[in-house]
Each structure stands twice: as C-alpha cells, then as structure tokens.
Design a protein around this ligand. Structure first.
Ligand code: SF4
Length: 253
C-alpha cells in the first residue's frame, strides 16, 4: 500500500485518457451522437451544458442543451435572454428537463444575456487559445450557476476533450467532486476531505498538470469505488490502494 503507487497509477490513467481525448465513459458525453455533436459544434451549447452539470447524472446533464433546443426549437441567445418564461416552461414540460426546474432556466437566460453583452454572442471567447487556465476558471466562475467545482471541471474538459490550448496547465486542478473525493480518501491520497487537501495531493502527484487526475479519479469513483460495495478486485488502483472503504466524503451520507 502506498500513496506514491496510487499517484503513479492515477497519473498514468489520466494521461491515457488525455491522449484519447476521453469525455467520460469512452468518447461520448451524452450517449447520444446528436447531442454530442451539438456540444462539439456550438460553444454556447457547451457553456449551457456546464450549467446543467449539477444534481443529475452526467450524461443527462450534457444532453440538456440538445433537449432544450428540441423543446424550444432554437438556442438563440437573444431569445433565451429575453424570453425567460418560455425557457422556464420548456424546462418544466414533462418529463422535467432538470431537477433544478426554477434555478437552471434562470441561469440559462442570465448566461445568454452575458454572452451577448460581454462575449459578442460567442462562448468560445471565454476560452480563447492561449488564455491562462486561471483566467478561464475565473471567467466561468463569474456566471450565475457556475461555482469553482464546475469551473475547474469545465477547464479540464475544454483542454482534454475539446482541444482548447490554454496556458498554465500546472494551475489546472481536480474538481472537488464527490467521486474524486471518495477515491482520494479511500486510497490514502488524503487524510481529510477538504478542497485544499485534495488539490495539494493532486499537485504533489502531478506537478505539471494536476488536473490530469480529474477524470481518472472521477471514473474510478463511478465505476469501481462506489459508495457501497466497492469493487476493489476490479479496480485499477487495487494494488497500492489503502482500501479504506469505510470512508465517505462528508456531507453526502
Ligand atoms: S475501489 Fe477499492 S481499490 Fe479502488 S480506489 Fe476504491 S477502495 Fe481503492
């Protein structure tokens, strides 16, 4: 059992995922080609997708912008901004588009207005080639509905999956996500469940790009290091992992 061994395996897995441009489980964010295409082709839809990534399974969240466009018949920023009732009604049509049926529509209308006012209607101007990771993280954080966790995750996705060339990858981080936290705690990479401890451990493991560990830990948390009955025998961290399977991130039961 050793934290160094766990770190080495996580870094190696993270670099493999990065080289493959992996999204989540494989190449797809949503499990639906048409919804994946929209995210790839429309930076504004990608920004809306970031807003959706909360409180629902990841695939459902990332398919949200495509579903919203189907219901509204458009993703026109001016209309999203000026017709908040229509946006809210689209969310609340059964089946509900998202469990945050009131806050998320408001965030979408707010984001559309800000994209028009501050970015010329083009979300890719939030993350232009050569921008610094911290600058992009801060810009994303300034949108209603995007906190640090979503922002850090989004920067990793932009660089890993969408090929956005940002500077300062050594400042990119792992998201303080429940899957990541569970893996870091149980494997012995951290002793306490705090954002500072998780970020320090990721930086120690991969100083040139701590965010490399983000998707690797998230996938392991989702696939093998489950809250109950973790599959240690099948886990890629199984050898060196401390296997403290009784530990659970605080605040999540
Ligand atoms: S599933 Fe088991 S071996 Fe894998 S990270 Fe969790 S505790 Fe460690």
């Amino acid at each position: 059992m050793s934290a160094e061994g766990v770190s080495a395996l996580l870094v190696s897995y993270g670099r493999d995922l990065q080289a493959a441009g992996a999204a989540q489980d494989g190449e797809s964010f949503t499990g639906r080609p048409e919804a994946d295409d929209l995210l790839r082709q429309d930076p504004n839809a990608l920004l809306l997708g970031i807003l959706f990534t909360q409180g629902v399974p990841a695939e459902r969240a990332w398919a949200g912008p495509w579903e919203l466009r189907e219901r509204l018949g458009h993703l026109d920023l001016a209309r999203l901004a000026s017709e908040p009732e229509a946006v809210r009604d689209a969310f609340q049509q059964p089946p509900m588009l998202h469990r945050f049926k009131n806050t998320l529509p408001a965030w979408v209308s707010d984001a559309a207005a800000r994209l028009l006012d501050e970015y010329g209607g083009d979300a890719s101007r939030i993350w232009p080639t050569g921008a610094h990771v911290l600058e992009v993280t801060e810009r994303l954080c300034s949108f209603a509905g995007i906190g640090r966790k979503k922002s850090v995750m989004a920067v990793q996705i932009l660089t890993r999956h969408f090929g956005v060339a940002l500077e300062g990858l050594e400042c990119g981080q792992v998201a303080y996500d429940v899957q990541v936290r569970r893996v870091f705690l149980r494997s012995g990479l951290v002793e306490s469940d705090t954002p500072e401890a998780i970020e320090a451990a990721a930086t120690l493991a991969c100083p040139d790009s701590p965010g490399t560990l983000d998707l690797a830990a998230w996938l392991i948390g989702r696939q093998t290091c489950r809250p109950r009955e973790p599959k240690c025998e099948e886990c890629r961290l199984g050898g060196p992992c401390a296997r403290r399977i009784w530990l659970t991130p605080h605040g999540v039961g």
